[in-house]
Ligand binder design. Structure first.
Ligand code: MLT
Length: 406
């Protein structure tokens, strides 16, 4: 008889955002007239940039003509997009990449979840707390953890705790680890690793042989020019780090699906190039992103596309300011929202974040994400996203402030 992967049984019943959606859907069903404002999952609301739309339309027309029709594309992505990524994203920051180091994919969620496959099943893992749950869940599924403990943590994982006291910037692990997941700008806290912090991590990985898995999906939201936008701005990072970036939040591609992962050729462990392992993995399990989508992504780096996508990012950052300043003025303690699209709200002492999710829904018909969903270190906090519509965001903040919940 076939046996299941029992590691899955260690995981809580459902994925964080699926669980919140279930609660909201149930509430909406019971209250069909409720005017719910969704500031929970970080899903974009602005339409695609006109330059992206034009490029995708043109690509669709190419697909309609036998002379320009395309079938399977390269598993790693088309050269036109890879070259645009290098020229638009890295070269301006003094980082030169070889095209074979960039792998286009259908999303950073998939890549950060899949990357662990190229490492040993016994690799030890360090993960932020609180942080995007995919890093932990994918390692639990792969059997790299022990049991789930009563303190909300898994045996065998090294947790890098972010607190208000350390500015949500975790310290180096106290025991050696093989893989280190870093997320900057951080989802959910909105904190960003400074150049000095990143240098510290790169040095540590260089000295210990660890590999940094650097999720930088929100780098377009960094406003402070002193903050690095890619880990490869740090000398030596190409020997210790894999970087993940996405068009989801940068250019509104959450539904379109396109991202990329950089695996430098200089990154080797056990004498083997991780680039060749990831390439092998992708060629076996992935058939590339559609031509139409890649043409749309390429247009993000065109002069018009760059201006238009920047306008959308500015729009969301204005939402972030509205949430941050609105809640602060009402007496709340909030973090993030300055170089990131998430506001990390410290709930009044003693409030349980999962219960607060329900309270906020019932009282204000506003959806947010409970901090505990990002790890036990997130308990007592609540995440609001800046990706909503402007009027709905203003209304949501107003409802929260008027409800006197804070
Ligand atoms: C979030 O809300 O944290 C993100 O939208 C989730 C994701 O990007 O998968």
């Amino acid at each position: 008889m076939a046996q299941i992967n029992t590691s899955y049984l260690k995981l809580p019943g459902s994925y964080l955002f699926a669980e919140i959606k279930r609660k909201v859907d149930a509430y909406q069903k019971e209250h069909p007239d409720a005017d719910i404002i969704r500031l929970g999952i970080g899903d974009v609301t602005r339409p695609l940039a006109p330059a992206v739309i034009a490029a995708m339309h043109a690509a669709v027309d190419e697909m309609a003509d036998s002379a320009t029709f395309r079938g399977y594309g390269p598993e790693q992505g088309y050269d036109f997009l890879i070259n645009a990524i290098i020229a638009g994203e890295y070269r301006p920051r003094g980082v030169e990449l070889d095209p074979c180091e960039v792998f286009v994919s259908d999303g950073s969620k998939c890549d950060v979840g899949n990357i662990q496959e190229i490492f040993s099943p016994t690799a030890s893992v360090a993960i932020g707390d609180p942080v995007y749950p995919v890093y932990l869940d994918s390692n639990v599924m792969a059997g790299r953890t022990g049991e789930f403990r009563s303190d909300g943590r898994f045996e065998g994982i090294t947790y890098l705790t972010g607190t208000a006291e350390n500015g949500f910037v975790p310290a180096l692990p106290e025991r050696p680890v093989d893989l280190i997941y870093l997320c900057s700008p951080n989802n959910p806290t909105g904190s960003v690793l400074s150049r000095a912090e990143l240098e510290k991590w790169v040095r540590y990985a260089g000295e210990t042989g660890a590999v940094i898995l650097f999720d930088s999906a929100y780098s377009a939201y960094i406003r402070d020019p002193e903050l690095p936008r890619t880990i490869y701005e740090i000398p030596g990072a190409e020997e210790v780090a894999i970087e993940f970036k996405s068009f989801s939040k940068t250019a509104g591609f959450t539904g379109v699906r396109c991202a990329f992962t950089v695996v430098p050729r200089a990154l080797k462990r056990d004498g083997v190039s991780l680039n060749s392992l990831w390439n092998r993995r992708q060629c076996t399990k992935f058939n590339g992103v559609s031509y139409v989508v890649q043409r749309g992504a390429e247009a993000v780096y065109s002069p018009a596309g760059a201006v238009q996508t920047r306008e959308a990012v500015d729009y969301y950052m204005e939402n972030a300011r509205i949430i941050r300043e609105g809640l602060s003025a009402a007496g709340c303690t909030v973090f993030g929202g300055e170089n990131a699209p998430y506001i990390w709200w410290k709930l009044p002492a003693g409030l349980d974040s999962m219960n607060f999710t329900v309270t906020l829904l019932k009282t204000c018909q506003v959806v947010g994400t409970p901090g505990v969903g990002f790890g036990p270190g997130g308990e007592g906090y609540f995440r609001l996203t800046a990706f909503g519509d402007r009027d709905r965001t203003v209304e949501g903040v107003d409802r929260i402030c008027r409800a006197g919940l804070v």
